[in-house]
Design a protein around this ligand. Structure first.
Ligand code: IPE
Ligand code: IPE
Ligand code: MG
Length: 237
C-alpha cells in the first residue's frame, strides 16, 4: 500500500495480541501452535512498525491473569518468550530500544537477566521503542506506582500534595514514554483486558475481526487508516 509520508510517523501504538488459541482451534491444532505462529507475527509487525516510522509500540504478550491457564500452555508461551529473548539479545544490528513492562520477578531468573541485558544494551538506541508487556497488568502497575509514592510519603521524603499526574506517570513501567495514540485489538473482542489502564485515557480503540496469527501488515495499515479518520478532542471542542 502507498502511504502519505506521515501516515504513521511518530505514532505510539498499543497492540493486544489476541486470538492465538481460536486460530489454532479452528485448524484442529493445539492452542500452543497458535502462540508459535503469533510470535512470528509479532516479530514481523514490530519490524513493520519500525519501517513506518512509528515512535513507540506496546505489545501485550502475557497478562497478570494469564497464569490461570493450564500449566502446559503457560510453559509454551514462556518458552517462546525465552527464544525471543535470545534472538533479541542480538540487538546490536537494530536501532530499537527494547523495554519490558510488567512484574518480571515472577519469570525465570535467566530470563530476567537477559531482559536486563537487552534493556541496558539498547538504552542508547534512537529509533522506535519496542515495548513488550509480560506478566503485565494495568492495575498491578498502578498499585506499584501508588505503593512507591506512599512509601516515600511515609518516610517523610514526599509531600502527598505534590503528587500530580506527571509524578505518578514517572512511576509507571512506561516512565518517560508517550501514551498510546491508538490501541489495537484483533480477534473481535472489545475490551482492554487490563492493558495500559492509566495510559489509555485518551487512546483511540481500534478493534478488528482478524485473529492475531492471521494479522498482516495490511491489517496494520487499515488500523492506522481508521485511526487517522478519528477526531480526537481530549475533552475540548
Ligand atoms: C493471545 O491469544 C495470547 C495470550 C493471551 C497469551 P489467546 O491465547 O488469548 O487466544 P484466544 O483468545 O484464546 O483465541
Ligand atoms: C489479553 O488477552 C492478554 C494478552 C493478549 C496478552 P486475553 O485473551 O487474556 O483476554 P480476555 O481473557 O479475553 O479478556
Ligand atoms: Mg484471548
Amino acid at each position: 500500500m502507498e502511504h502519505p509520508a506521515d501516515f504513521a510517523k511518530g505514532l505510539s501504538i498499543g497492540i493486544i495480541m489476541d486470538g492465538n488459541g481460536r486460530w489454532a482451534q479452528k485448524r484442529g491444532l493445539p492452542r500452543t501452535a497458535g502462540h508459535t505462529r503469533g510470535a512470528q507475527v509479532f516479530q514481523d509487525i514490530a519490524d513493520y512498525c519500525d519501517e513506518l516510522g512509528v515512535a513507540s509500540v506496546y505489545f501485550y504478550a502475557f497478562s497478570t491473569e494469564n497464569w490461570k491457564r493450564p500449566a502446559e500452555e503457560v510453559g509454551a508461551i514462556m518458552k517462546l518468550f525465552g527464544e525471543y529473548l535470545i534472538k533479541a539479545f542480538d540487538y546490536k544490528k537494530r536501532n530499537n530500544r527494547i523495554v519490558f513492562l510488567g512484574d518480571r520477578t515472577a519469570l525465570e531468573p535467566r530470563y530476567q537477566k537477559l531482559m536486563d541485558e537487552i534493556e541496558q544494551g539498547t538504552a542508547h538506541k534512537t529509533g522506535m521503542v519496542l515495548n513488550i508487556a509480560v506478566n503485565y497488568g494495568g492495575r498491578q502497575e498502578i498499585l506499584r506506582a501508588a505503593k512507591s509514592l506512599a512509601a516515600e510519603a511515609a518516610a517523610g521524603k514526599l509531600d502527598p500534595e505534590s503528587i500530580d499526574e506527571e509524578l505518578f506517570a514517572s512511576r509507571m513501567y512506561t516512565a518517560g514514554q508517550k501514551d498510546p495514540d491508538l490501541i489495537l485489538r484483533p480477534s473481535g473482542e472489545k475490551r482492554l483486558s487490563n492493558f495500559m489502564l492509566w495510559q489509555a485515557a485518551y487512546a483511540e480503540l481500534v478493534e478488528m475481526d482478524v485473529l492475531w496469527p492471521d494479522f498482516t501488515r495490511e491489517d496494520l495499515d487499515a488500523a492506522i487508516a481508521e485511526f487517522n479518520r478519528r477526531s480526537r478532542r481530549f475533552g475540548g471542542v
